[in-house]
Design a protein around this ligand. Structure first.
Ligand code: SF4
Length: 297
Protein backbone atom coordinates (compact mmCIF):
# COMPACT_ATOMS: atom_id res chain seq x y z
CA UNK A 1 0.00 0.00 0.00
CA UNK A 2 1.36 3.45 -0.93
CA UNK A 3 0.85 6.54 1.13
CA UNK A 4 -0.45 9.71 -0.51
CA UNK A 5 3.05 11.15 -0.12
CA UNK A 6 4.61 8.23 -1.96
CA UNK A 7 2.02 8.39 -4.72
CA UNK A 8 2.43 12.14 -5.13
CA UNK A 9 6.25 11.78 -5.42
CA UNK A 10 5.76 9.61 -8.50
CA UNK A 11 3.66 12.19 -10.29
CA UNK A 12 4.82 14.14 -13.27
CA UNK A 13 5.62 17.74 -12.16
CA UNK A 14 3.04 19.10 -14.62
CA UNK A 15 0.37 16.87 -13.14
CA UNK A 16 1.39 17.91 -9.64
CA UNK A 17 1.01 21.55 -10.64
CA UNK A 18 -2.39 20.85 -12.23
CA UNK A 19 -3.51 19.06 -9.08
CA UNK A 20 -2.30 21.92 -6.94
CA UNK A 21 -4.34 24.34 -9.05
CA UNK A 22 -7.40 22.11 -8.76
CA UNK A 23 -7.09 21.92 -5.00
CA UNK A 24 -6.64 25.69 -4.79
CA UNK A 25 -9.76 26.14 -6.89
CA UNK A 26 -11.77 23.85 -4.62
CA UNK A 27 -10.43 25.72 -1.62
CA UNK A 28 -11.73 28.97 -3.11
CA UNK A 29 -15.12 27.33 -3.34
CA UNK A 30 -14.98 26.49 0.32
CA UNK A 31 -14.34 22.79 -0.28
CA UNK A 32 -11.56 21.36 1.81
CA UNK A 33 -12.19 17.64 2.10
CA UNK A 34 -12.00 15.14 -0.73
CA UNK A 35 -13.67 11.80 -1.01
CA UNK A 36 -13.34 8.82 -3.23
CA UNK A 37 -15.52 5.82 -3.68
CA UNK A 38 -14.84 2.76 -1.57
CA UNK A 39 -14.51 0.69 -4.71
CA UNK A 40 -11.17 2.37 -5.36
CA UNK A 41 -10.07 0.38 -2.32
CA UNK A 42 -7.05 1.45 -0.33
CA UNK A 43 -6.96 4.91 1.17
CA UNK A 44 -4.27 7.01 -0.45
CA UNK A 45 -3.73 4.80 -3.47
CA UNK A 46 -5.94 6.53 -5.99
CA UNK A 47 -6.09 10.04 -4.61
CA UNK A 48 -4.44 11.95 -7.45
CA UNK A 49 -6.44 10.04 -10.05
CA UNK A 50 -9.71 10.86 -8.31
CA UNK A 51 -8.82 14.54 -7.98
CA UNK A 52 -7.20 15.44 -11.27
CA UNK A 53 -10.14 15.26 -13.68
CA UNK A 54 -12.76 16.35 -11.21
CA UNK A 55 -15.26 18.91 -12.28
CA UNK A 56 -17.07 20.80 -9.57
CA UNK A 57 -20.25 18.76 -9.98
CA UNK A 58 -18.40 15.49 -10.02
CA UNK A 59 -16.65 16.46 -6.82
CA UNK A 60 -19.93 17.37 -5.21
CA UNK A 61 -21.45 14.10 -6.36
CA UNK A 62 -18.75 12.20 -4.57
CA UNK A 63 -19.06 14.37 -1.53
CA UNK A 64 -22.80 13.84 -1.49
CA UNK A 65 -22.54 10.09 -1.57
CA UNK A 66 -21.63 9.95 2.06
CA UNK A 67 -22.50 7.07 4.40
CA UNK A 68 -20.62 3.86 3.74
CA UNK A 69 -20.08 4.51 0.04
CA UNK A 70 -17.18 6.85 0.55
CA UNK A 71 -13.93 6.93 2.42
CA UNK A 72 -12.50 10.25 3.60
CA UNK A 73 -9.04 10.99 2.31
CA UNK A 74 -6.90 13.01 4.64
CA UNK A 75 -5.15 15.79 2.76
CA UNK A 76 -2.00 16.04 4.79
CA UNK A 77 1.19 16.44 2.82
CA UNK A 78 3.10 17.27 -0.39
CA UNK A 79 0.69 18.66 -2.98
CA UNK A 80 -2.02 18.76 -0.33
CA UNK A 81 0.00 21.06 1.87
CA UNK A 82 -1.61 23.97 0.06
CA UNK A 83 -5.00 22.94 1.42
CA UNK A 84 -5.02 24.93 4.60
CA UNK A 85 -7.44 23.69 7.25
CA UNK A 86 -10.84 25.30 7.32
CA UNK A 87 -10.50 28.57 9.18
CA UNK A 88 -12.93 27.40 11.84
CA UNK A 89 -11.28 24.03 12.29
CA UNK A 90 -10.41 23.33 15.90
CA UNK A 91 -12.29 26.31 17.30
CA UNK A 92 -14.37 25.38 20.33
CA UNK A 93 -16.44 28.55 20.25
CA UNK A 94 -19.21 28.22 17.63
CA UNK A 95 -19.76 31.98 17.55
CA UNK A 96 -16.18 32.56 16.50
CA UNK A 97 -16.30 29.58 14.13
CA UNK A 98 -19.43 30.86 12.37
CA UNK A 99 -17.83 34.28 12.11
CA UNK A 100 -14.83 32.73 10.38
CA UNK A 101 -17.05 30.86 7.93
CA UNK A 102 -18.84 34.14 7.15
CA UNK A 103 -15.49 35.83 6.61
CA UNK A 104 -14.41 32.98 4.36
CA UNK A 105 -17.61 33.45 2.32
CA UNK A 106 -16.73 37.13 1.96
CA UNK A 107 -18.46 39.14 -0.73
CA UNK A 108 -19.02 35.88 -2.54
CA UNK A 109 -19.04 35.70 -6.32
CA UNK A 110 -18.64 31.93 -6.53
CA UNK A 111 -21.91 31.32 -8.41
CA UNK A 112 -24.00 33.34 -10.81
CA UNK A 113 -26.50 34.38 -8.13
CA UNK A 114 -24.07 37.11 -7.08
CA UNK A 115 -24.83 39.05 -10.26
CA UNK A 116 -28.54 38.44 -10.51
CA UNK A 117 -29.81 41.20 -8.29
CA UNK A 118 -28.96 40.12 -4.76
CA UNK A 119 -28.77 42.98 -2.29
CA UNK A 120 -26.78 41.04 0.26
CA UNK A 121 -25.71 37.59 1.36
CA UNK A 122 -28.10 35.96 3.83
CA UNK A 123 -25.82 33.82 5.96
CA UNK A 124 -27.89 32.39 8.80
CA UNK A 125 -29.27 33.36 12.16
CA UNK A 126 -29.97 31.95 15.58
CA UNK A 127 -28.42 30.06 18.42
CA UNK A 128 -24.94 28.87 17.41
CA UNK A 129 -25.36 25.98 19.88
CA UNK A 130 -28.89 25.11 18.81
CA UNK A 131 -30.17 21.57 19.19
CA UNK A 132 -32.56 22.21 16.32
CA UNK A 133 -31.69 23.69 12.95
CA UNK A 134 -34.04 24.60 10.11
CA UNK A 135 -32.72 24.68 6.56
CA UNK A 136 -34.69 26.32 3.79
CA UNK A 137 -34.07 26.77 0.10
CA UNK A 138 -32.89 30.36 -0.37
CA UNK A 139 -33.65 33.96 0.55
CA UNK A 140 -36.69 35.74 -0.84
CA UNK A 141 -37.20 39.48 -1.30
CA UNK A 142 -37.71 40.27 2.40
CA UNK A 143 -34.72 38.18 3.42
CA UNK A 144 -32.59 39.79 0.71
CA UNK A 145 -33.60 43.22 1.98
CA UNK A 146 -33.03 42.46 5.66
CA UNK A 147 -30.11 40.05 5.43
CA UNK A 148 -31.79 37.45 7.60
CA UNK A 149 -33.43 34.16 6.60
CA UNK A 150 -37.17 33.63 7.00
CA UNK A 151 -38.33 37.13 7.85
CA UNK A 152 -41.16 37.51 5.32
CA UNK A 153 -44.60 35.90 5.44
CA UNK A 154 -43.11 32.42 5.26
CA UNK A 155 -40.78 33.45 8.08
CA UNK A 156 -43.70 34.50 10.23
CA UNK A 157 -45.27 31.11 9.68
CA UNK A 158 -41.97 29.43 10.57
CA UNK A 159 -41.88 31.53 13.74
CA UNK A 160 -45.38 30.29 14.57
CA UNK A 161 -44.32 26.70 13.94
CA UNK A 162 -41.33 27.16 16.24
CA UNK A 163 -43.54 28.76 18.89
CA UNK A 164 -46.05 25.92 18.61
CA UNK A 165 -43.20 23.57 19.43
CA UNK A 166 -42.63 25.48 22.66
CA UNK A 167 -39.45 27.13 21.40
CA UNK A 168 -38.39 30.64 20.46
CA UNK A 169 -36.82 31.64 17.18
CA UNK A 170 -33.62 32.50 19.02
CA UNK A 171 -33.44 28.94 20.36
CA UNK A 172 -32.90 27.43 16.91
CA UNK A 173 -30.51 28.09 14.04
CA UNK A 174 -31.91 28.94 10.62
CA UNK A 175 -30.09 28.90 7.28
CA UNK A 176 -30.65 28.20 3.60
CA UNK A 177 -29.05 26.03 0.95
CA UNK A 178 -28.13 29.12 -1.10
CA UNK A 179 -27.30 32.43 0.51
CA UNK A 180 -28.26 34.79 -2.29
CA UNK A 181 -31.74 35.44 -3.55
CA UNK A 182 -32.53 33.70 -6.84
CA UNK A 183 -34.14 36.22 -9.21
CA UNK A 184 -37.93 36.20 -9.11
CA UNK A 185 -37.75 33.74 -6.23
CA UNK A 186 -37.09 30.94 -8.68
CA UNK A 187 -35.82 27.63 -7.39
CA UNK A 188 -32.03 27.68 -7.02
CA UNK A 189 -30.34 25.73 -9.77
CA UNK A 190 -28.22 22.70 -9.21
CA UNK A 191 -24.89 24.39 -9.84
CA UNK A 192 -25.83 27.20 -7.45
CA UNK A 193 -26.77 24.72 -4.73
CA UNK A 194 -23.60 22.72 -5.31
CA UNK A 195 -21.43 25.81 -5.08
CA UNK A 196 -23.07 27.32 -2.03
CA UNK A 197 -24.01 24.31 0.07
CA UNK A 198 -20.44 23.55 1.32
CA UNK A 199 -20.79 26.66 3.46
CA UNK A 200 -24.10 25.40 4.84
CA UNK A 201 -22.43 22.08 5.62
CA UNK A 202 -19.71 23.90 7.53
CA UNK A 203 -22.35 25.87 9.46
CA UNK A 204 -24.09 22.64 10.43
CA UNK A 205 -20.79 21.08 11.48
CA UNK A 206 -20.13 24.06 13.75
CA UNK A 207 -23.61 24.29 15.30
CA UNK A 208 -23.75 20.51 15.77
CA UNK A 209 -27.52 20.29 16.13
CA UNK A 210 -29.25 17.16 17.32
CA UNK A 211 -31.88 17.59 14.63
CA UNK A 212 -31.89 19.26 11.24
CA UNK A 213 -35.30 19.95 9.70
CA UNK A 214 -35.21 20.34 5.93
CA UNK A 215 -37.89 22.76 4.84
CA UNK A 216 -39.13 21.65 1.45
CA UNK A 217 -37.93 19.37 -1.28
CA UNK A 218 -35.02 21.52 -2.49
CA UNK A 219 -33.50 21.60 0.95
CA UNK A 220 -34.10 17.89 1.52
CA UNK A 221 -32.65 16.87 -1.81
CA UNK A 222 -29.53 18.95 -1.30
CA UNK A 223 -28.93 17.82 2.25
CA UNK A 224 -29.68 14.17 1.64
CA UNK A 225 -28.67 13.84 -2.01
CA UNK A 226 -31.91 11.96 -2.52
CA UNK A 227 -34.22 12.69 -5.40
CA UNK A 228 -37.68 11.76 -4.18
CA UNK A 229 -41.10 13.36 -3.84
CA UNK A 230 -42.07 14.99 -0.55
CA UNK A 231 -44.52 12.18 0.10
CA UNK A 232 -41.58 9.79 0.33
CA UNK A 233 -39.15 12.16 2.02
CA UNK A 234 -41.41 13.08 4.94
CA UNK A 235 -42.36 11.03 7.97
CA UNK A 236 -39.04 9.34 8.63
CA UNK A 237 -35.66 10.01 10.15
CA UNK A 238 -32.38 10.18 8.30
CA UNK A 239 -28.90 9.96 9.79
CA UNK A 240 -27.12 13.07 8.69
CA UNK A 241 -23.53 14.20 8.61
CA UNK A 242 -22.56 17.29 6.66
CA UNK A 243 -21.06 16.27 3.34
CA UNK A 244 -17.51 17.38 2.64
CA UNK A 245 -16.78 18.26 6.25
CA UNK A 246 -14.28 16.22 8.15
CA UNK A 247 -15.60 15.85 11.67
CA UNK A 248 -13.05 14.97 14.29
CA UNK A 249 -15.30 15.85 17.21
CA UNK A 250 -16.25 12.54 18.77
CA UNK A 251 -18.83 14.33 20.93
CA UNK A 252 -21.01 14.93 17.87
CA UNK A 253 -21.98 11.79 15.98
CA UNK A 254 -24.00 13.80 13.47
CA UNK A 255 -27.62 14.86 13.46
CA UNK A 256 -30.94 13.31 12.76
CA UNK A 257 -32.70 14.87 9.83
CA UNK A 258 -36.43 15.19 9.21
CA UNK A 259 -38.19 16.68 6.21
CA UNK A 260 -41.29 18.84 6.27
CA UNK A 261 -43.07 21.28 4.01
CA UNK A 262 -41.58 24.70 3.33
CA UNK A 263 -43.63 27.40 5.09
CA UNK A 264 -44.13 29.16 1.72
CA UNK A 265 -45.83 26.01 0.46
CA UNK A 266 -48.00 25.89 3.58
CA UNK A 267 -49.09 29.47 2.88
CA UNK A 268 -50.23 28.35 -0.54
CA UNK A 269 -51.85 25.16 0.72
CA UNK A 270 -52.83 25.57 4.39
CA UNK A 271 -54.52 22.14 4.35
CA UNK A 272 -51.05 20.63 4.69
CA UNK A 273 -50.36 22.38 8.00
CA UNK A 274 -51.64 19.36 9.90
CA UNK A 275 -49.11 17.17 8.10
CA UNK A 276 -46.33 19.61 8.89
CA UNK A 277 -47.37 19.58 12.53
CA UNK A 278 -47.03 15.79 12.54
CA UNK A 279 -43.46 16.21 11.29
CA UNK A 280 -42.70 18.73 14.01
CA UNK A 281 -44.24 16.48 16.66
CA UNK A 282 -41.86 13.73 15.56
CA UNK A 283 -38.99 16.16 16.11
CA UNK A 284 -40.35 17.29 19.48
CA UNK A 285 -40.68 13.73 20.65
CA UNK A 286 -37.07 13.01 19.76
CA UNK A 287 -35.83 16.18 21.46
CA UNK A 288 -38.08 15.64 24.49
CA UNK A 289 -39.93 18.90 23.96
CA UNK A 290 -43.39 19.32 25.47
CA UNK A 291 -45.49 21.79 23.48
CA UNK A 292 -47.19 24.62 25.36
CA UNK A 293 -50.73 23.50 26.08
CA UNK A 294 -52.34 26.26 24.09
CA UNK A 295 -50.13 25.69 21.03
CA UNK A 296 -50.81 21.97 20.99
CA UNK A 297 -54.59 22.42 20.93
S1 SF4 B 1 -25.46 31.81 -3.57
FE1 SF4 B 1 -23.73 31.22 -2.29
S2 SF4 B 1 -22.12 30.61 -3.74
FE2 SF4 B 1 -23.63 31.80 -4.90
S3 SF4 B 1 -22.83 33.89 -4.84
FE3 SF4 B 1 -24.27 33.68 -3.12
S4 SF4 B 1 -23.02 33.10 -1.35
FE4 SF4 B 1 -21.78 32.76 -3.20
Amino acid sequence: MWSTEEVARTLDPELRRALAERVRYCHELGIYDFYRREATSVVGEAVPVSLSPTTQSELREEMSARKSAVVPVIAEDNIFEIVTPKPEFGLADPVAALKLIREDLGDCTRCKLHKQGRKQIVFGVGNPRAELMFVGEGPGADEDAQGEPFVGRAGQLLNNMIKAMGLRREDVYIANVVKCRPPGNRTPERDECETCSPFLMRQIAVVKPKVVVALGAVSAKNLLAINAPMSELRGRWYDFKPAGVRIKDASWPGARLAVTYHPAFLLRDPRQKGEAWKDLQMVMKYLGIEPPKKAAE
